[in-house]
Design a protein. Structure first.
Length: 862
């Protein structure tokens, strides 16, 4: 064969390589055969994977295995109240708002809509092949959050379904079933209940140790997770950052294997919270090395790591395997758990499963979903007060309405929110939509002054060279290490969210130090303050005055000092940031500061028939990484409200919030109070429909509203029986769990209680008639609580065991049936496990945990 012939032959052979590769990729393996049992498909794919490929399957950024035709898959999307990314979607009300509806059927509908939008987008992106952004594939959502909101200071209460385990379990099951679909063989979208377990503080969340008895775990912190698995068939569970009784959750065999898999029958995969696997070593010091941490997590029952800068599984699991710290069987079990769910999603079926492939992206933001978002927001609204029937407002009686408050013309969605595909409706716009031209709207824009302080002027600061300002050092790491970049900053006003980009500032993780002097021009008593996210600490006049050196959201640390004009006071401020948005600022309040005057708001109130004050909170104080220091409404909004009330006492407060607040003055003075948790894109229209009587409010509080924190235990106390929630709180609440008014009234009558047997299980069957005694149609949430007058167990004051939301037309009555399984009236004994109550049980039926209308005693000893 001559040279030319050989050359052409080689070219021909090389030209076949792409086709050979394509043939390999397109080859059907047994694991692609949808007719085979899942476990046989798993056997086939696992035996074909190399050790590196297996380890790659255990990361949230799972790479493709091209030789087997396995696509990449990036886990970690969010769907708490709508799909988060990529693109735009319907934004439904936050979880706590959905819980206030007390309507699991509604929540199931919302979750179904969310999963339809996720599948619709997935199909639009060619089954994800056209989506390359990390953490953004659409079929695995890290939701719902089902931790118990046991402390009113917790920053993530808005993500939850409230403080009660029974209520949370009902909503969790409804949400999971809506998300995952009802096909017997395939899952629409994977739900991931989080964070297992006893995860309920932010300021110390990465290394917290939840000391709690097994009784409290079993009776309070774990029931919603159990229901999610046993009833909801959740396909994924996220483990938490914290330790539980000195053992990191992500390394707890008792939690992740003994309870989750062996007791509850969980057959999905466990994913760590982001960075929690590395924290086994770095934060908790639970192991002596990173490879031992990887082994501990895998042996305990963690299957997949969500990394956060530190990749424990990708970087250390192979070393652990080489050192025989983990076995092939243990590694294969985790791979099996992860890939079992991918098969159930249809991702290994070559031809597609056909069940969810035809969901169109047209469902995203559809008219049907907008109507559902409105209905969900309406049902979430809780009427707290309606003195002299100030509500609903009658348009025929009004010529003008004042609208004030910092939340009036914004949409507060809360954490883990997507971008709305439709224009969201603010409260102001909702009011305008409702009144049209019939009533004049006097709107006074209101800016919230969060801290009531001002930036220290540059000419009151002095650097080492005598120039105004402070000497600044910028480090390209979070440890103040290495050689910094230096300059003089006129003020400490570091805010990457608001200030223009500054190329001088290091990207990513960073730390700073400012030094110099404060030289006041006037004498007096001052308040000095440092506000920052992540860690900051400050020294003044040679003494350390603040120390918040930990990862967290933005807070303000303040201290009072008496200053002498012209005297130099040494200042040092240190700060670190873990990345993304960064804030560190140095403030003061001088003794000469004048109280803020709310001229525009007062003027609007004076010339209007009624005032609608839209106040509340937002992500600045209710979010992941930040706990509240108190329960007061943030900033100066109470001062604004009092000024408006003095000008016009006909005030209706609309409180937009993610959790409970202490609003004693508002309750005592304001005639109308409407509570709406973060209400999604249709919140404005929902608020207006309640204000003007188009919708009769039916929401009930899923939380206890406290008068103060005086009787609430310290936040790091996890035993629920120390006075937490309606079940154990000894004081008088401001508003009790389950509370909520209506524009009509309901009478409870003819309570019937009897013991029955259904499907071989003993039950307590409860019937009660609800009569609408008012003048308009309405919905009532009938609530059933049990109490135990002579129990031999340690028991709560009362427990929610059933509820049902019913519509009753005016003047009509309806019969409500509720059932309680006697097995569910049990208490945990460390020695004997679950022990049924064998004494008298009081069946309490009413409109809230305090407003009990009827009761009856059942003796379970007979």
């Amino acid at each position: 064969m001559n040279f030319i012939t050989k050359f052409l032959a080689r070219i021909f052979i090389l030209s076949l390589f792409p086709f050979l590769g394509f043939a390999q990729q397109s080859k059907n393996f047994p694991f692609n055969d949808a007719k085979l049992p899942i476990e046989k498909r798993l056997d086939d794919v696992i035996k074909r994977l190399t050790i590196d490929e297996k380890i790659g399957m255990l990361s949230e950024t799972s790479a493709a295995v091209e030789r087997l035709g396995i696509d990449k898959y990036f886990y970690g999307n969010e769907g708490l109240h709508g799909v988060m990314r990529p693109g735009k979607f319907t934004v439904f009300p936050q979880s706590i708002a959905l819980a206030a509806s007390w309507n699991p059927t509604l929540i199931n509908s919302v979750a179904t809509a969310i999963s339809d939008e996720a599948r619709g987008k997935w199909n639009e992106l060619n089954k994800g092949k056209n989506q390359n952004a990390p953490f953004s594939d659409l079929l695995t959502l890290w939701s719902p959050t089902i931790n118990m909101a046991r402390d009113p200071r917790w920053g993530r209460t808005a993500e939850t379904y409230g403080e009660d385990p029974f209520l949370t379990s009902r909503f969790a099951v409804a949400y999971i079933k809506g998300l995952q679909g009802n096909d017997p063989n395939y899952i629409k979208v994977v739900a991931t209940p989080k964070h297992l377990a006893a995860n309920n503080e932010e300021n110390n969340r990465l290394s917290a140790n939840s000391i709690v008895s097994e009784k409290t775990l079993r009776e309070y912190y774990l029931p919603a997770f159990k229901s999610s698995v046993v009833e909801g068939n959740a396909q994924s569970i996220m483990s938490s950052y914290n330790k539980v009784n000195w053992i990191p959750s992500t390394a707890s065999k008792w939690l992740l294997t003994d309870v989750l898999r062996k007791e509850w029958g969980f057959d999905g995969y466990v994913v760590s919270d982001c960075g929690a696997a590395c924290n086994i070593f770095t934060k908790h010091q639970f192991t002596a090395s990173m490879e031992e941490a990887a082994a501990a997590a895998l042996k305990a029952g963690m299957d997949m790591e969500c990394a956060a800068g530190c990749n424990l599984i990708k970087e250390y699991l192979k070393l652990a395997w080489q050192k025989k710290l983990v076995t092939d069987e243990e590694l294969n079990n985790s791979v099996r758990n992860v890939l079992r769910v991918r098969i159930r999603l249809g991702l290994f079926d070559k031809t597609g499963n056909g069940v969810y492939d035809n969901i169109s992206p047209k469902v995203i933001g559809s008219e049907e979903h907008q109507k559902l978002a409105l209905k969900a927001a309406q049902e979430s609204i809780v009427l707290l007060k309606n003195n002299k029937n100030i509500l609903p407002l009658k348009l025929s009686d009004l010529k003008s309405i004042a609208v004030v408050g910092h939340n009036a013309d914004i949409n507060v969605f809360g954490g883990y929110s997507g971008v709305p595909v439709n224009t969201p409706i603010t409260p102001l716009q909702g009011i305008k939509n409702a009144v049209g031209d019939a009533v004049k709207i006097n709107y006074a824009p209101t800016k919230l002054d969060l801290f009531n302080v001002e930036m220290i002027p540059s000419d009151e600061l002095q650097a080492a060279n005598g120039q105004h300002g402070l000497d600044a050092e910028y480090f390209d790491n979070k440890f103040l290490e290495g050689t910094p970049k230096k300059r003089i900053d006129p003020q400490v006003n570091f805010n990457t969210k608001e200030n223009p980009p500054d190329p001088f500032i290091p990207a990513g993780k960073k730390s700073m130090r400012w030094t110099g002097w404060l030289v006041p021009s006037k004498s007096g008593e001052y308040t000095l303050a440092v506000s920052s996210d992540d860690g900051s600490r400050a020294w003044f006049d040679g003494k350390q005055v603040t120390n918040s050196w930990k990862d967290r959201g933005e807070i303000l640390d303040s201290f009072r000092v008496t200053l002498v004009a012209g005297k130099k006071y040494a200042v040092k401020i240190e700060y670190y940031d873990t990345g993304n948005d960064a804030v560190c600022r140095f403030w003061w309040r001088t003794p000469f500061a004048k109280d803020k005057v709310y001229t525009a708001q007062i003027d609007a109130a004076k010339k209007s028939d009624v005032v609608v004050a839209v106040i509340g909170s937002g992500l600045y104080n209710e979010r992941e990484g930040h706990d509240k220091e108190n329960l007061e409404l943030p900033g100066d909004q109470m001062a604004m409200l009092k000024a408006v009330y003095q000008a016009n006492p006909n005030v209706v407060v609309v409180m937009v919030t993610g959790s409970q607040h202490t609003i004693c003055w508002i309750k005592e003075n304001i005639p109308g109070i409407v509570n709406i948790y973060f209400g999604g894109e249709q919140a404005g229209n929902a608020i207006a429909s309640v204000l003007f009587g188009k919708y009769n409010p039916s929401g009930k509080l899923p939380l206890t509203y406290y008068e103060s924190l005086d009787k609430v235990p310290a936040m790091n106390r996890y035993e629920i029986n120390e006075g937490r929630t309606y079940m154990y709180y000894p004081g008088k609440p401001l508003y009790e769990f389950g509370y909520g008014l209506s524009y009509t009234t309901f009478k409870y009558e003819n309570l019937q209680v009897k013991r029955t047997i259904e499907n071989g299980k003993k039950q307590i069957s409860v019937e009660v008639e609800i009569v609408n005694t008012g003048n308009i149609d309405g919905e009532e949430v009938v609530q059933l609580y049990t109490s135990y007058p002579d129990s031999q167990h340690e028991v709560p004051l009362k427990q929610l065991k059933g509820f049902k939301k019913v519509f009753v037309a005016r003047g009509q009555k309806t019969k409500v049936d509720l059932k309680v399984n006697e097995d569910d009236i049990s208490f945990w004994s460390i020695e004997k496990g679950w022990q049924p109550e064998q004494g008298k049980v009081m069946i309490n039926v009413g409109s809230s945990s305090k407003d009990i209308r009827l009761n009856s005693v059942v003796d379970l000893s007979k």
